[in-house]
Ligand binder design. Structure first.
Ligand SMILES: Cc1cc2nc3c(=O)[nH]c(=O)nc-3n(C[C@H](O)[C@H](O)[C@H](O)COP(=O)(O)O)c2cc1C
Ligand code: SF4
Length: 521
């Protein structure tokens, strides 16, 4: 019997049967084509996660009404039938691997991508930007509100035609619907503002419309920010009241939290415990007795299993964990947990690329999130010796890759331990999650017979030449930049001194009091 009986038990929701309890939540990729179609790269990215055993894949937020509803630089669109063929190709491809497929309908409201609006003002409930220093929107007229409701319905109908198994309404994360739900944004005085009933009105209309368009036997999911975690915003109690008013025709409640101004709680910062938001889904599940999803730094199967076994949620959303490790499910199922590339919640390659830099989604610890291990098929066809100098994370990745394609590989490290700066930094209590990455690399090295690791071995010409390398990789890392201050270099990390390198500072971190940290702010 599996170590994780709950994780691998199927679940049927309104006719959709999921083979396990792991779902990929929606995550914008910036990989769509310029006109909003599914790109080949995007299709392969999702296919890899379906191949990896994920039960339900939720495709990222899709624009229901271009340009006012649009978000991100290259976002998917579904405001026109011409998008159906590529979306169908996507669902068809993922279904081949046994995954169910959902997609998240979204109207960005005040977060609309300004350039596309060509000088027009973005729409919202009121004039409050969706984030500090964001664009100031204008309040929607009644006509515009009912138009948006219609567009959600049209989009849902296309979702069904495109072969999806489920549709999700995005009512969280500072987008249009949450700009109505949350008093942080909604300052209206008509029937769409003020009381909780009025603020929920647009969502109730959308849920009714979507249900009418997809019919009674098609799963509808609703994603909400169950607690804004911001002063003056919705609390869990408020959100439960909102759900009371609109959840009746919904099959799944996908519990998220927070808004744009506290993104660190929405796309959870690394110091937050695995599954720290599970009490939110518990409260929702206890009240409405419907399949409930929870996300938030859930990385290990044991935590996921505990959440399910304790009844805190019915489905586990693993977002960044699946960006970093597309085979999460298969590796857990196959007893290969030691070889899982666990996301370290650094938010650099994914969130920062996608949200702050308008780059396509990437991952700091996974060099190819689109093709995964496909490189292993490209084996070297003659004897090749590779020497990698430096066993930091880059050196370890290079050495493992070389060995995995069949090179005789040596990895030389001057220090007595591997992992470089990543290992050093993970000694800081708030950054301990980073240690998972060098640990994964160590496990990977240990699994490769043709990779020889030599620690405590400083590379020099003689020792490297003796290995007769065809290829040498210099991965010795970098040295920090220092300002040109006379005597600075000689005084770093000296006994009883007060000037530290980053590693010297970490060595001494237990000596710092929290008051000292406050002084630095
Ligand atoms: C790059 C990126 C894009 C995201 N885009 C969306 C989105 O389109 N819709 C949404 O509801 N949540 C979005 N999220 C939030 C995730 O769905 C998820 O709730 C969050 O990352 C926490 O789960 P995790 O710790 O498993 O990653 C995004 C997160 C990331 C990292
Ligand atoms: S970039 Fe960082 S946070 Fe994002 S998936 Fe990769 S490891 Fe996780």
């Amino acid at each position: 019997m599996s170590h994780y009986p709950h994780l691998f038990s199927p679940l049927t929701i309104n006719g959709m049967t999921l083979k396990n309890r792991i779902i990929m939540p929606p995550m914008g990729t910036n990989m769509a084509t310029l006109n909003g179609e599914v790109s080949q790269e995007q299709l392969e990215y999702y296919e890899l996660r379906a191949k990896g055993g994920t039960g339900l894949i939720t495709i990222e937020n899709i624009c229901i009404d271009f340009p006012f509803a649009s978000n991100g630089t290259t976002q998917l669109r579904i405001d026109n039938d011409q998008y159906i063929p590529r979306l169908f190709k996507l669902t068809e491809t993922l279904h081949k691997h046994g995954a169910c497929v959902s997609i998240q309908l979204n109207h960005a409201g005040a977060s609309a991508y300004a350039y596309r609006l060509e000088g027009q003002t973005p729409l919202s409930s009121s004039t409050t930007p969706s984030k500090k220093h964001g664009n100031i929107p204008r309040p929607m007229t009644h006509e515009e509100i009912y138009h948006a409701v219609e567009k959600f319905g049209d989009a849902a109908e296309r979702v069904r035609r495109a072969g999806f198994d489920c549709v999700e309404i995005h009512a969280g994360h500072s987008y249009l619907i949450s700009q109505f739900l949350s008093p942080l944004f909604n300052k209206r005085t008509d029937e769409f503002g003020g009381s909780v009933e009025n603020r929920t009105r647009i969502l109730s209309l959308i849920v009714d419309k979507v249900r009418a368009c997809v019919g009674p036997r098609f799963p509808v999911s609703l994603r909400i920010s169950a607690d804004d975690f911001l002063k003056g915003g919705n609390t869990l109690e408020d959100s439960l009241r909102i759900l009371e008013l609109c959840q009746e025709k919904v099959d799944i409640i996908n519990v998220s939290a927070a808004q744009n101004d506290n993104l660190n709680l929405q796309i959870d910062q690394m110091s937050l415990e695995d599954g720290w938001k599970r009490y939110l889904s518990r409260a929702v599940r206890d009240k409405f007795h419907k399949p409930t999803v929870i996300a938030g730094n859930i990385r290990t199967p044991q935590v996921a299993e505990d959440i399910l076994a304790s009844g805190d949620a019915d489905l586990i959303a693993i977002g960044r964990g699946l960006i970093a490790e597309p085979e999460w499910v298969q590796k857990v199922q196959g007893g290969k947990e030691r070889l899982m590339r666990k996301c370290i919640s650094c938010n650099i390659g994914c969130a920062d690329h996608r949200i702050a830099r308008s780059r396509p989604l990437r991952c700091s610890i996974n060099p190819d999130i689109i093709h995964g291990d496909a490189y292993k098929m490209r084996r070297v066809n003659r004897d090749t010796n590779v020497v990698v100098i430096g066993a930091g994370t880059a050196g370890m990745e290079a050495a493992c890759t070389a060995a995995e394609v069949g090179c005789h590989t040596w990895l030389l490290e001057a220090k007595n331990h591997v992992g470089g700066l990543a290992s050093e930094i993970s000694r800081l209590p708030e950054k301990k999650r980073i240690a998972d990455f060098p640990q994964f690399m160590k496990n990977r090295i240990a699994s490769l017979d043709n990779l020889m690791l030599q620690i405590g071995k400083r590379a020099d010409v003689a020792s490297v030449s003796a290995l007769r390398p065809h290829l040498i990789v210099n991965a010795t890392g970098s040295t920090p930049l220092l300002p040109p201050i006379e005597g600075l270099r000689e005084n770093i990390d000296v006994e009883n001194g007060k000037i530290f390198s980053i590693t010297g500072m970490i060595d001494n971190c237990l000596l710092y009091t929290s008051d000292a940290a406050d002084d630095l702010h």
